[in-house]
Design a protein. Sequence first.
Length: 228
Amino acid sequence: MGSTNESWVEEARRTVSPRKLEKQMAMAGAACAVFGREGYARASVDALAAEAGVSTRTLYNHFPGGKAQLFGAVVTWTSGEVKDAQLARLHAVLDPERPPRAQDLERDLIALARAFLGLMADYPHHFALVRHIHAEADHVPRDVLDAWRDAGPGPVGRALSEAMQGLADAGLLDVHGDADLAATHFTALVSATIVQQSHYGVLPLPKDETERLMKGGVAAFLRAYRAH
């Protein structure tokens, strides 16, 4: 799949013909639907090939590593898309060049939490994969897990940590010397309960309940981290 910082699609654009890439993208798109429904362990190569309308031989010709390689390709591809969306939303709300005023901090953190949570509705196939990754971590190949973290959660986590440090440098937060932990706490407080109760967006919560849980998470975060 190339380097851990390069998605399968980026690598393929450099190394295969446009026609071959188009075919691989079609197979990956079909595989995303199968993995989202069945998970990694239950999805068979036969089912993956049938969903894509190709033979198993054709699938192996394009993805010699079979199911593991195809799953890794799909996960890094969708993770890259979601990562780009998350980073765009983060920078739109918390511009490091223009920290919010103290009186606007809660409003902006709520806006960020709302923007992040909206990704589950915008990218349902990706979050179906993530749900299966967490449920089947003992069955998913370790290199695939590492590639997923490097493609999505890792860069987003680092960017959020930098944003938290920026708010601390502006005198708005006290991250107690650990911006990484502050970012982890922010994510957990504003989203963990919603993610669990909605099963990664499969069964969305009522809007007012989502808002209540999310705003409560921001309030708890600020009680722990607002600068005094």
